[in-house]
Design a binder for this molecule. Structure first.
Ligand SMILES: Nc1nc2c(ncn2[C@@H]2O[C@H](COP(=O)(O)OP(=O)(O)O)[C@@H](O)[C@H]2O)c(=O)[nH]1
Ligand SMILES: [Mg+2]
Length: 326
C-alpha cells in the first residue's frame, strides 16, 4: 500500500492520513506548524547566504494557462512565510476564453516575497504565461531564450512571429539563465496533458545545458491520488517528463476551495506548506553545475576603473586650479 502511494508522488507521506485540511485561525494550532518551521530553516540553509560565492537560483514555473502556476507561486511564498498568505502573483486571470494571447514572463526576486531582512539567498522565480500545447519552432525559440536569460521581462513574446526570432537574440544577457524548471499541470483527469508542449520544454532545456526539471500537479483537493484516472494521469505526466520520484509532487494550492472562510488572508496553513517545502528542499539542493558568481576579476576590473576615474578627476581639478591661478 505504502509503495503504491509513493508511486504517485514523494510528498504523499506529508499529507495527513485524512486528506482533509482544516485551516486554523492561529497557524500554531496546525499539526504541521513545527515541521514547517524546521523545513523553512532547512531551505534557508540549503539556499546559503550572501557570503557564499553563488547567486540566488533562477527557477522557471511553466505550464499551460489554468494549471495553477501563479497559485503555486503564492503557495510557495506563503510556505516561506510565518505571517500570512498574500496574492503576490496575480492568479485566475487566464481570460474569459481560457486562453492567454500573449506570452510573457515576470520575475519574483526575494525582495518581493520574502519578508525577513536576513542574508539568505532565497531564489528568484519566473512566472511564464501564455504557452499552448505545441512544439512549433516559435514555442521552442521562446523557451530557449527564456532559459538562456536572453529575453527582457514583460516583453511581449508573440511579436517574434512577425520580426523573426533575431529580434530577441541580443548580445547581452537580460537575466541570469534558468537553473531549475518546474512544470505545473492540473491533476484534473478531464483535462488532457499537453504532450507537444512537454516536448518543446524537453528540447529547449537540452539546448544550452541540462536544466533539472521538476513536475508539480495541482488540484489535489479536487482530484485526490486514490482516483484511478488521476493515478493514470500522474503516471503519464511523469513518463513524458522523465520525472523520478523525488522530482514530482501532487499538491494543493492555497485557494478558496480549501479555505472558504478566507482564514489564509490573516495566517498561513502549515498543512498546505509542508509538502510544498519538502519539494522546495529538493529543488534548492545544490548541484555540481550550479552557477557561481562571475569571478572576482570582474569586480576587480570595475574597482580599477573607478579608481582611474577618480585619479583623473583629481588631476583635472588640480590642472584647472593651476590654470586659473596663473
Ligand atoms: N481547488 C483548487 N483550485 C486551484 C488550485 N490551484 C489553482 N487553483 C485555481 O485554479 C485557477 C487557475 O489558477 P492559476 O494559478 O491562475 O493558473 P495559471 O494560469 O497556471 O497561473 C484559480 O482560480 C485558482 O484559484 C488547487 O490546488 N486547488
Ligand atoms: Mg498565471
Amino acid at each position: 500500500m505504502k509503495r503504491d502511494v509513493l508511486e504517485n508522488s514523494f510528498v504523499e507521506q506529508y499529507y495527513s492520513q485524512a486528506q482533509h485540511i482544516i485551516p486554523q485561525e492561529n497557524q500554531k494550532n496546525d499539526p504541521k506548524y513545527e515541521e514547517k518551521i524546521e523545513l523553512i530553516k532547512e531551505c534557508q540553509e540549503i539556499a546559503g547566504t550572501d557570503l557564499s560565492t553563488k547567486p540566488p537560483l533562477n527557477i522557471a514555473i511553466i505550464g499551460l494557462p489554468g494549471g495553477g502556476k501563479s497559485s503555486l507561486l503564492n503557495t510557495i511564498f506563503a510556505s516561506f512565510s510565518t505571517s500570512c498568505w498574500e496574492d503576490i502573483v496575480q492568479f485566475g486571470s487566464f481570460g474569459t476564453l481560457g486562453k492567454q494571447f500573449t506570452t510573457r514572463f515576470k520575475s519574483f526576486p526575494k525582495d518581493v516575497y520574502y519578508k525577513p531582512t536576513d542574508a539568505y539567498l532565497m531564489p528568484t522565480f519566473l512566472d511564464m504565461t501564455g504557452f499552448e500545447d505545441e512544439d512549433s519552432a516559435k514555442t521552442l525559440a521562446l523557451l530557449e531564450l527564456v532559459f538562456a536569460g536572453r529575453i527582457r521581462e514583460e516583453e511581449e513574446l508573440t511579436s517574434a512571429k512577425s520580426s523573426g526570432f533575431n529580434y530577441f537574440i541580443r548580445k547581452g544577457v537580460c537575466h541570469r539563465p534558468v537553473d531549475r524548471i518546474i512544470v505545473v499541470c492540473t491533476s484534473n483527469p478531464d483535462d488532457n496533458l499537453p504532450p507537444s508542449f512537454f516536448n518543446a520544454v524537453w528540447k529547449a532545456k537540452k539546448k544550452h545545458r541540462e536544466i533539472p526539471v521538476y513536475g508539480v500537479m495541482t488540484f489535489r483537493d479536487k482530484y485526490p491520488p486514490n482516483n484511478e484516472r488521476v493515478k493514470f494521469k500522474i503516471q503519464e505526466f511523469r513518463k513524458h517528463l522523465a520525472l523520478p520520484q523525488h522530482r514530482f509532487a501532487h499538491i494543493i494550492n492555497y485557494c478558496d476551495d480549501i479555505d472558504s472562510e478566507g482564514v489564509h488572508t490573516t495566517t498561513t496553513i502549515p498543512s498546505l506548506d509542508v509538502p510544498v517545502l519538502q519539494l522546495m528542499k529538493q529543488v534548492l539542493k545544490t548541484r555540481k553545475d550550479d552557477p557561481t558568481f562571475p569571478t572576482e576579476k570582474l569586480v576587480n576590473n570595475r574597482d580599477i576603473l573607478s579608481m582611474l576615474a577618480f585619479i583623473f578627476a583629481v588631476l583635472a581639478f588640480i590642472y584647472v586650479l593651476l590654470i586659473s591661478n596663473s
